[in-house]
Design a protein around this ligand. Structure first.
Ligand SMILES: Cc1cc2nc3c(=O)[nH]c(=O)nc-3n(C[C@H](O)[C@H](O)[C@H](O)COP(=O)(O)OP(=O)(O)OC[C@H]3O[C@@H](n4cnc5c(N)ncnc54)[C@H](O)[C@@H]3O)c2cc1C
Length: 459
């Protein structure tokens, strides 16, 4: 008799796992049922800001495979608009609510794939029934924001609360749509994924786009009029707005797992081993934004909700469910984004993270250009390196600059992944031609500066 795999969550992690499992096990060997509470499967939430701005069409353009494709080509029973509300480990059953048809279904499983993603952080002050307040996590969230922006009366003013990379990307999208945009951030700088000194460069670029930045200003409430949000409240009084987007980060969507008795770690994510098996729970798997994972530099469990990890982890789980062998090696915190043409990349630990992990370290900032200084289009590029003392091992890197900046972080990520020291890095054979780099690449200049800083201290 065929075994039964139930997948909860039909996006990156869940559908990667389901597809891999199907590739290895035919329908006579493994029946696959997917429950997805939203309207879409296998979509790119990463593309939402570019759909909001109008740069890409949507939502179809952001969907890699729709439910019908999974049904016909992958022989999966995909139940859209079904929300799993209970996992019964004893009976090995899930209970799901049909959000449109009404009623409840129960399905038995041999293997369970938990891939529910993350939920936007929503502080108590944001609990409101007023229209015009949006979290941003799924394509449904993006669709709801688009609908609000297109409806009458047309919103003219927007406040983005929180300056993580999603808040920054949405602020850019809204200004490109012609709204007047204010980004309110409780911390010192927007773009909290990099250190404040690097974040200031991003803030400057945002101001250049016309985005008003109010940093160091916590939001304490919302005001509404006629069922619509009308202002964001701060210590400085109400800030009028027609739409509010919450960019306060996300937390693992692990409540359902916790209620079922699955182990939850210190970050709030489901605990898994390297094969994406939920710890101590045979036949139960989890992957993506709902799990915590190992940071290879700090050695600590972390919650790093990124699509790149969700896809890899889902694939690992699916290979294992399919009878193969695969492991997920952990993360080093590599991420890239942009504000208009200003690119931002980071990998490894920021200064605060290195401190929290107990490292003794130096950090240096090197200013250079993306191309040879004489080549048309040469623009500034700032590289920050963080290296352990006294051995010089690279712990983290950040880059802010114009074209060719963001993906340069990949060279640094490979160096960091392989435990290179800044001294080793000075000898790296990186590509050079005037349109792509100065003769000393910004990465090499930064590595040399870090070597100098370490030797000055140890003299
Ligand atoms: C605006 C934005 C920009 C981003 N940009 C990037 C980027 O540039 N690079 C990058 O690497 N990452 C980016 N990300 C993050 C990336 O999209 C996520 O890390 C990725 O989608 C996580 O995949 P997942 O499958 O774990 O979770 P999700 O994509 O959140 O999917 C989980 C699914 O589970 C469903 N679900 C949840 N609970 C239930 C339930 N009880 N029953 C049934 N279904 C349920 C949800 O509806 C959802 O569809 C971005 C995210 C956003 C929101």
């Amino acid at each position: 008799m065929a075994q039964r795999l139930i997948v909860i969550g039909g996006d990156a992690a869940g559908m990667s796992a389901a597809s891999q499992a199907r590739r290895r096990r035919g329908r006579d060997d493994l029946e696959i049922t997917v429950f997805e509470r939203g309207h879409f499967t296998s979509y790119s939430a990463c593309g939402i800001p570019y759909w909001i701005s109008g740069l890409v069409s949507g939502p179809e353009a952001l969907i890699a495979r729709d439910p019908q494709t999974f049904r016909t080509e992958y022989a999966m029973d995909v139940r859209m608009r079904h929300e799993v509300t209970t996992i019964d480990l004893e009976r090995r059953e899930v209970v799901a609510q049909d959000l449109e048809g009404g009623g409840e279904v129960r399905e038995r499983f041999d293997e369970l794939m938990y891939a529910t993603g993350a939920v936007p952080v929503k502080p108590p002050w944001a609990a409101t029934d007023a229209g015009g307040v949006f979290g941003m996590q799924t394509l449904d969230d993006g669709a709801a924001l688009r609908e609000w922006l297109d409806a009458e009366p047309r919103p003219r003013r927007a406040v983005v609360v929180g300056g993580g990379y999603i808040g920054v990307e949405i602020a850019e999208a809204l200004i490109q749509r012609g709204l007047s945009v204010t980004l309110v951030e409780a911390g010192a700088q927007p773009m909290s994924t990099v250190d404040p000194d690097m974040g200031e460069l991003v803030a400057e670029a945002m101001r250049g786009l016309g985005i008003t930045i109010r940093a160091g200003l916590p939001v304490t409430g919302l005001e509404e009029r006629d069922g619509r949000v009308s202002a964001v409240v701060t210590a400085e009084g109400p800030m009028p707005t027609d739409v509010v987007v919450l960019g306060l980060g996300v937390r693992p969507n692990s409540a359902l797992a916790a209620a079922a008795g699955l182990p939850i770690g210190t970050t709030g994510g489901v605990q898994v081993d390297r094969r994406m098996r939920v710890l101590g729970m045979p036949g139960i798997w989890a992957a993506g934004d709902c799990v915590e994972t190992l940071h290879r530099v700090s050695g600590m469990p972390v919650h790093v909700p990124l699509g790149t990890h969700a896809n890899k982890q889902g694939r690992v789980a699916g290979i294992n469910i399919g009878g193969g062998y695969a492991t997920f090696a952990g993360v080093i915190g590599t991420a890239v984004t942009k504000v208009c043409d200003l690119e931002v990349g980071r990998t490894g630990l920021r200064e605060g993270e290195a401190e929290a992990a107990g490292f003794d370290f130096i950090s240096v900032i090197a200013e250079s250009t993306n191309r040879a200084g004489y080549y048309p289009g040469a623009r500034p590029m700032t590289v920050k390196l963080i290296a352990e003392r006294p051995n010089g091992r690279l712990l983290g890197a950040q880059i802010v600059g114009w074209s060719e900046a963001a993906k340069r972080i990949d060279a640094l990520a490979v160096a960091l992944w392989n435990g290179m020291t800044v001294d080793d890095m000075t000898a790296l054979d990186l590509g050079y031609a005037p349109p792509y780099a100065p003769v000393w690449d910004p990465v090499l200049i930064a590595a040399r500066k870090a070597v100098d800083a370490l030797s000055a201290l140890d003299r």
